[in-house]
Design a protein around this ligand. Sequence first.
Ligand SMILES: [Zn+2]
Length: 398
Amino acid sequence: MSHGVFSDLVGQDEAVETLRRAAGAAARVVAGEQVGSGSMTHAWIFTGPPGAGRSLAARAFAAALECERDGAGCGECHGCRTVLGKTHADVRFVVPEGLSIGVGEMRALVLRAATAPSGGRWQVVVIEDADRLTEAAGNALLKAIEEPPPRTVFLLCTPSTHPDDISVTIRSRCRVVALRQPPADVVAAALVERDGMAADTAFWAAAAAQGDITRARLLAADPEARARREAVLAVPKRLTGVGACFDVAAALVQSAKAEAAASVVDFDAAERSALEQALGAGGTGRGAAGAMRGAAGQIKDLEKRQKSRATRAQRDALDRALVDLAGFYRDVLVTSLRAPVPVVHGDVAPQSEAAARKWTAESTLRRLEAVLACRESINQNVKPEIAVEAMMLGLWKG
Ligand SMILES: [Zn+2]
């Protein structure tokens, strides 16, 4: 198995082949050679279900574009390593800090992307969650995609190419790389082979993570992540009445908040102290009062950004919990239908089997739908507490 930048895209051979070929063509462009029209594209869309590796694929392709060894994506040269570490000067990652990517942010980005790449290769803009572009931001991006500067590449990640996720006009200007959810056994094999993980841990983690290799690694390594998952999987048996529904809902939301807070705390503090240092450097002498007023404004802006990032992290944490929970009800359903597919949460199979004996397939399906409806509501900005309470009541009633 290759150890280049594409090696984490397990079970995605077709997509990897497309990207390798494009990166090779891009390297020939950089070298000043002629390439056939259509062999290099300036705008790409990476689609696939959560955990299929959209962001991984986009980042790997960006690295291959900046790879100093003829676009091979060797994973070892300075270009590859700085892209993978998100510190390459010509590669920008846009992760919406709030719930959408605004037009101001997009315009600034498009302007910077039009400048000549400092490393002499490509300016790359990776837009994770391109489905969160506002309409105005989408239009600003469309203009750049329609007439791309010669050395600029846009990489957009969205769940699908449905018009709800990405506008039809942007879609029509992009080449689409469709990623699939890799089968758990393929992911497990990669974890054993590449990470040297014990086989039983690898198979358990890959199944529990539903093929998401990043989450599988986290589950295998982090006891807190495992404890959170266990708490989520204990939800169904705790729903014994209306009061319990509200208690369990509150606990689930609280746990997502705590997880999110822990994930941003170090970053927030570092960001704040960097800003304070930058502001403090010119903080004495004439004009200091004016500078201080400006400083207060900048700190306020930073606090606003951090708050919005915390909200986003909370929703992401909650969504991971809901995916685990949906996996449980899916397991109940495949068990009661005797479907010949492996269960997601093998370690709680006794519970899903007991539930399959107790509930009709129809009521299990209604429960699964309640979880999916909750994810959808949160995605539509319904307050998490309200969406989760409604879901718990649905799960209890069946
Ligand atoms: Zn390289």
